[in-house]
Design a protein around this ligand. Sequence first.
Ligand SMILES: Cc1cc2nc3c(=O)[nH]c(=O)nc-3n(C[C@H](O)[C@H](O)[C@H](O)COP(=O)(O)O)c2cc1C
Length: 325
Amino acid sequence: MQLHTAVCDLLRIERPVGNAGMAGGTAGPALAAAVANAGGLGGLGGVSRRGPAGLRDDIRRTRELTGHPFSVNLWVHILPALPQLLDVCIEERVPSVTFTFGDAQPYVRRAKDAGIIVLHQVQTVAQARQAAAAGVDVIIAQGGEAGGHTGSVATMALVPQAVDTAAGVPVLAAGGIADGRGLVAALALGAQGVIMGTRFVAAEESEPPAYQHRERILAATADDTIWTDVFDIVDGIPWPWPEWIHGRTVRTEFAAEWHGREAELREQIAAIRAEATVPQEAPARAQSAYAGQASGLVRDVKPAAAIIDEIMREADEVLAQLPRP
Ligand SMILES: Cc1cc2nc3c(=O)[nH]c(=O)nc-3n(C[C@H](O)[C@H](O)[C@H](O)COP(=O)(O)O)c2cc1C
């Protein structure tokens, strides 16, 4: 059996699984194209230190690697300062964009008028309602167990409430999903598919720039992450995050040392950054390891296509084994 939901037809994909468009290079053209070529929704990170010109290059490179649709991830809270990121997506006529971390309403019409499918990742029920009213095509309900920047409502509670409030707009689930059990659970909650980040950091095609990022995920369990601002302070991104958003990361030694002491960290940050040997980068000990509570389900590094094959096979097995009346 091949699981195929209505959102697959809307997005022109075969399998209801996508990778998160992880910023900073992690989800670059190689990963987005590998997922797209495997029949899933390829996600291309739209935000990096390379700015709009780097994004244009990445979109073109992705197109060289795949003829299938993919989605460019854009952080809403930086678009007022960097509107060129959306301009590039429109000029390059990308198949879809995924807005996240704020109210996408000011940008939805412009993207849709350009023929771009609009996904919006939300962290609360109120945002899901707002996204549906703004006319987005797909809502991604991201639970607080997700890796990377996320809110506090758990996937298990958020997804069905987002579905109920979405007025028929299809919902994808994100956060805490890394295998076929999670995919089936998401479908049972009313989602039409899943977006995974942590699992795909351990895809061969991802390019996590952070020190020992994959190794830390492979070693972690659900107990080993924290939700913190420590690495935002280290990264020094000039645009403030919405107040409901913090970063979920493996609790590295550095994170454990500074979580809860953010004011002191801000005072020390210049000295810590000065330890760096690579310009623009934090020293290895202060690099993030963004990952979610599903880390304990990630046990190997393999090609994205093999990850998707496995999750689809597992989902079939789980469905076959579910107790029936
Ligand atoms: C390393 C990493 C980087 C991420 N970067 C982004 C990002 O740039 N934009 C975004 O919308 N979400 C980002 N996320 C969150 C994902 O979109 C997604 O919601 C999350 O990974 C799903 O939960 P999971 O990690 O349990 O699969 C990131 C996640 C990780 C693990």
